[in-house]
Ligand binder design. Structure first.
Ligand code: NAD
Length: 245
C-alpha cells in the first residue's frame, strides 16, 4: 500500500482493527485516541509485529488538539493519504431520559469530532494532491431507535456531512474522496455498556445470525481507502449482516 493513514479512536475495537489491517497492508499508521494508555499498548502490539506506527493522543472534539496533530504531522514530514474518523461514544436512553449535557457530549465527540477530522483532512490533503476520508457512522443513522436519539442523530449527521464533503471536494477538484461506513452490531468494548438482554435482542435481529467482528468493518474501510474504490465517493457502505434489509 505504501500510504499513510490516521485513525481516530484507534485504542480499542473497530479503530484498532482498522489500524491493524492498514499496517498488514503495508501502510504507515498514525494511531490516535483520547485514552493514551490504551493507545500505547495497542500501538506496541502492532509495532512488535513489525508495523510502522506513530501514536498520538487526540481528543477529536477539540479543535486545538487537531491543530497540534497536524503540526506534529508536518514536523515528522508525514503526509496523510487516508483519514479515518472512527472515534465515537454510545448513548442510551429515550428522548425523555436524555439530558442536554449528555446530548451535547455525544454530538461533540461523534459529530463535531468528525466535522473537525474532515476539515483538517481536507486542508492537509488538498495541498498534497488528494486523499481519502472514511467516516464511521452506524446503521443508527439510517433508522430510528427509541433508545438512542442522541447517538442516532449524531450518526445521521455524520452520514450527511460525509456526502456534503464528498460533493465539495469533487466539485473543488481536490481529488479527495469521502465515504461513510455504517456498522451494525459489532463485537467491541462499546457493547460492554449495553444491558445483556438488549445485546441478545439485537443479535437475534441479525439475518446472518451473527454480530460483526471489528475486522469485518476494517475490510470495508480498507476497500473504500484503496484505489479499487477510486470512483466511489459520497457513498454509504452498510456492514450489518442484513439488519437494514
Ligand atoms: P470502542 O469503545 O471500542 O472504541 C472507541 C474508541 O474511541 C475508544 O478507544 C475511545 O477511547 C475513543 N474515544 C472516545 N472518545 C474519544 C474522543 N473524544 N477523542 C478520541 N477518541 C475517543 O467502540 P467501537 O465499537 O470500536 O466504536 C468505533 C466506532 O464505530 C464508533 O464511532 C461507533 O459509534 C461506531 N459503531 C460501533 C458499533 C458497534 O456495534 N460496536 C456499531 C455501529 C457503529
Amino acid at each position: 500500500m505504501g500510504k499513510t493513514a490516521l485513525v481516530s479512536g484507534a485504542g480499542s475495537g473497530i479503530g484498532f482493527a482498522i489500524a491493524s489491517r492498514f499496517v498488514e497492508e503495508g501502510a504507515c499508521v498514525v494511531l490516535t485516541d483520547i485514552d493514551e494508555e490504551a493507545l500505547e499498548k495497542r500501538a506496541q502490539e502492532i509495532t512488535l509485529g513489525g508495523g510502522r506506527t506513530w501514536s498520538m493522543g487526540l481528543d477529536v472534539s477539540s479543535e486545538r488538539a487537531w491543530s497540534r496533530i497536524i503540526e506534529r504531522l508536518d514536523e515528522e514530514s508525514l503526509s496523510l493519504d487516508i483519514m479515518v474518523n472512527n472515534a465515537g461514544i454510545p448513548a442510551m436512553g429515550t428522548i425523555e431520559e436524555t439530558d442536554l449535557a449528555s446530548w451535547r457530549r455525544v454530538m461533540a465527540i461523534n459529530l463535531d469530532g468528525t466535522f473537525l477530522g474532515c476539515k483538517f483532512a481536507i486542508s492537509h490533503m488538498k495541498q498534497r494532491g488528494g486523499g481519502v476520508i472514511v467516516n464511521i457512522s452506524s446503521i443508527g443513522a439510517l433508522r430510528a431507535s427509541v433508545v438512542g436519539p442522541a447517538y442516532g442523530a449524531s450518526k445521521a449527521g455524520v452520514w450527511n456531512l460525509t456526502r456534503t464533503v464528498a460533493l465539495h471536494c469533487a466539485r473543488s477538484g481536490y481529488n479527495i474522496r469521502c465515504n461513510s461506513v455504517h456498522p451494525g452490531l459489532t463485537r467491541t468494548p462499546m457493547m460492554n455498556d449495553m444491558p445483556e438482554d438488549m445485546i441478545a435482542r439485537m443479535a437475534a435481529t441479525v439475518p446472518t445470525g451473527k454480530v460483526a467482528e471489528p475486522e469485518d468493518i476494517a475490510s470495508a474501510v480498507l476497500y473504500l481507502a484503496s484505489d479499487e474504490a477510486r470512483q466511489v465517493t459520497g457513498s454509504t457502505l452498510v456492514v450489518d449482516g442484513g439488519m437494514l434489509a
